[in-house]
Design a protein around this ligand. Structure first.
Ligand SMILES: Nc1ncnc2c1ncn2[C@@H]1O[C@H](COP(=O)(O)OP(=O)(O)OP(=O)(O)O)[C@@H](O)[C@H]1O
Length: 308
């Protein structure tokens, strides 16, 4: 069964510009993206920084307003609802954020951080709430007695587990994991990824997994959608995308994965150079006069459209 269907989603952010510094332009952060996500599946959205991945996650939760398109979750068209009307659906859709250092309120104890969603949606007694928090701490592999500690008393990986526990308390159907391991040490990344897979089986979760590391995405996802400058340029079964990439940007992503085998390393470096050249020829407007690629987040000129 299809749990989430995104249909021709557009999110254009107004930006200030022009002589009078009024809002005159838009950044087409997401520009006509469609894909669907089946129950129990993990769908990976991959793409370079600024390609619009997080914007899709935020639009699903109505944290930002979409410009046009449809987002259908569990048979309900979310695009019709206001931020307030989304409340019942927020139980079913939770988000895990990229940075475990800034996504947890440093002034709140872990018990309050994890219990916050419960307090918004359920009326539990103090005892029930405590039991629930301890249960979820245990589920994410943390000591239940640590519920009275503050976030700074935990490591990055442990903090991400606290964020995961918070996301799980309302028993969601869909979890949007926005680069959940990119801020973590490589040694901790694998632990958290495997742990997310275990939770998926236990809680029958569906993941929309956002990332830019194709190695991680391949490990986690059944299907991959490759985002490029606000558009979905390629989509397919993970292995197929990996074995036979079609779009030049997907080829670049795959060529960027480090090669451990010393014999194949030289081959890969050559391939990387060849693809870089092909890319530059296809998109000369994305490079400066020295052949350096522009940073998408800082210029975004290619996203701009004049206001009608
Ligand atoms: N609130 C905002 N106002 C204006 N522009 C924004 C806003 N948020 C994002 N953008 C722009 O929209 C584009 C897409 O941003 P987004 O954060 O969705 O990309 P991303 O692929 O998730 O990047 P990253 O991997 O770095 O998180 C970028 O050009 C960004 O600068």
């Amino acid at each position: 069964m299809v749990l989430l269907k995104i249909d021709d989603l557009k999110v254009h952010y107004p930006i200030r510009g022009g002589v009078f510094k009024t809002i005159s332009d838009y950044i087409r952060a997401v520009d006509g993206v469609s894909f669907e996500l089946k129950e129990g599946e993990t769908y990976g959205l991959v793409g370079e920084s600024g390609s619009g991945k997080s914007t899709i996650g935020k639009a699903i939760l109505k944290l930002i307003n979409m410009t046009s398109g449809r987002i259908v979750f569990n048979g309900q068209d979310l695009s019709k609802f206001s931020f307030g009307q989304m409340k019942p659906f927020r139980q079913d859709i939770q988000m895990i954020f990229q940075d475990p250092y800034s996504s947890l309120n440093p002034r709140k104890r872990v018990a309050d951080i994890i219990a916050e969603p419960l307090r918004n949606y359920q009326c539990l007694t103090v005892g029930e709430e405590k039991k629930c928090v301890q249960n979820y701490l245990d589920k994410v592999g943390l000591n239940p007695d640590s519920m009275y500690k503050y976030p700074h008393e935990f490591s990055g990986g442990q903090r991400q587990r606290i964020g995961i526990a918070r996301a799980l308390t309302l028993k969601p159907k869909l979890i949007i994991a926005d680069e959940p391991v990119s801020a973590l040490d490589v040694s901790v990344q694998a632990q958290v990824l495997n742990f997310l897979q275990d939770l998926q089986k236990e809680f029958k979760l569906t993941y929309l997994f956002i990332g830019h590391d194709l190695g991680v995405i391949r490990h986690m996802c059944d299907k991959i959608g490759v985002m490029y400058r606000g558009r979905l340029v390629e989509e397919g079964i993970s292995e197929e995308i990996y074995e036979n990439p079609q779009h030049i940007y997907t080829k670049r992503l795959i060529a960027a994965i480090p090669e451990l085998n010393p014999e194949r390393r030289a081959q890969k470096t050559e391939l990387r150079k060849k693809i870089a050249k092909e890319y530059e020829q296809l998109y000369p407007e994305y490079f400066d006069e020295h052949g350096r690629a522009y940073d998408l987040k800082s210029i975004s000129n290619t996203h701009r459209v004049a206001m009608p």
